[in-house]
Design a protein around this ligand. Structure first.
Ligand SMILES: Nc1ncnc2c1ncn2[C@@H]1O[C@H](COP(=O)(O)OP(=O)(O)OP(=O)(O)O)[C@@H](O)[C@H]1O
Ligand SMILES: [Mg+2]
Length: 355
């Protein structure tokens, strides 16, 4: 699928790739490009660093609540940063049966720890937030900027994993209504609870059990949402855009990543090869080669060197694309400066859509 098709027709674009290749900058540029063609696009960053806000020059203004960054005719560019705790609390409020259950859970120590600090929670909540934004009438297109994680697939796999956990027999046993106190825990479960207590400490375990019991009745809501996010990520309205740089080591990582997506039944629609070495044309390169031995030929030698780097990057990229037959590819040249404001993003967007 071409970038233009993706921006015009899709509802979700996930910008993925390994660390530092330009995912955040490109995600913002994609949202701006979509706004330029009249769509109402929101870029969401699930990166705990504030890089998105920095990249578009809005240091302290972006939080969990979406902000309108730019209006272009009918098109809009919005931005939001995922606040995991806030999003989790809103899910609890949505699925609890009454105010008492909400209070009980929100004040539970185990819940506060899990919802605020576990990294797996971040991935699941990001998928949940994506679902909410996709259903929000204010936006036509949600662009997700994924974080630099050790396992870049965590975000894709998290909803499915949570759904499986909530369906697990042990979990269902733990929240069963007959378990109103530790004393009632069945003999079959006691060894499990004792072992868990030794590992995490008795007080932490009491908190966890209190949480699970307070959680009773809400698991279906959570499970359904998790299943819906998993389906959305694999559905026809979602496109995965892989950002890569044409260096052998990062392309190798990108290949692993593409394989992992494939195992999750997700195809990459577009590769954006970012930070490509600049090209000055073949003629200039040929002339340069005839001057590399000149005593004052430093500039020629630089040009020849750049040409050879560009050739190498092209060859590596071509090799990489052989493994991704259904994806199209866009090259973005290395820019002379970092991207620190909306002007930088605007330039980047222009080079994405340049023929
Ligand atoms: N085409 C480009 N030319 C020059 N600099 C670039 C280009 N694209 C991105 N950068 C710079 O590279 C750095 C990393 O970019 P960015 O934060 O977008 O990457 P990322 O993949 O989101 O990183 P992380 O994995 O840490 O989240 C930034 O300083 C950015 O300004
Ligand atoms: Mg980033």
């Amino acid at each position: 699928m071409s970038l233009e098709q993706i921006l015009r027709t899709q509802s979700v674009v996930v910008c993925c790739g390994t660390g530092g290749v330009g995912k955040t900058s490109i995600a913002a540029a994609l949202a701006l490009s979509a706004a330029q063609i009249g769509r109402r696009a929101i870029v969401i960053t699930i990166d705990p660093a504030r890089r998105l806000a920095d990249a578009i020059g809005l240091r302290d203004e972006i939080g969990n609540e979406p902000v309108l960054v730019k209006q272009i005719g009918d098109g809009q560019m919005w931005a939001t940063m995922l606040d995991v705790g806030e999003t989790f609390d809103s899910l609890v409020t949505q699925f609890a049966s009454d105010a008492e259950q909400v209070t009980e859970i929100l004040n539970n120590t185990f819940y506060r720890n899990v919802s605020r600090s576990l990294s797996g929670t971040r991935d699941y909540i990001a998928a949940e937030r994506l679902l909410a934004l996709q259903g929000d009438d204010r936006f036509d297109l949600v662009i997700v900027d994924t974080p630099p994680t050790r396992s870049a697939l965590a975000f894709v796999e998290a909803p499915e994993r949570l759904a499986r956990f909530l369906e697990h027999r042990l979990f269902r046993l733990l929240i069963s209504p007959t378990l109103t106190g530790m004393k009632l825990i069945s003999t079959a479960l006691q060894p499990v609870v004792r072992t868990a207590g030794k590992i995490v400490g008795a007080a932490a375990l009491d908190d966890a059990i209190a949480f699970l019991q307070a959680f009773a009745g809400m698991e279906d809501g959570f499970r359904q949402r998790a299943r819906q996010s998993a389906t959305l990520l694999r559905g026809p309205v979602t496109s995965f855009v892989l950002v890569a740089s044409a260096r052998a080591d990062t392309l190798e990582e990108a290949s692993y990543f593409a394989d992992g997506l494939q195992r999750n039944n997700i195809a990459i629609d577009l590769v954006i090869a970012n930070r490509m070495p600049p090209r000055f044309g073949d003629t200039a390169a040929k002339v340069a080669l005839t001057h590399v031995q000149d005593p004052d030929g430093d500039l020629w030698r630089n040009l020849a060197q750049l040409h050879s780097e560009a050739e190498q990057a092209d060859a590596q990229l071509a090799q990489f694309m052989l493994g991704l037959t259904s994806a199209s590819c866009i090259r973005v040249a290395e820019r002379s400066a970092d991207i620190i404001d909306l002007d930088g993003i605007t330039d980047l967007a222009a080079s994405l859509l340049a023929p």
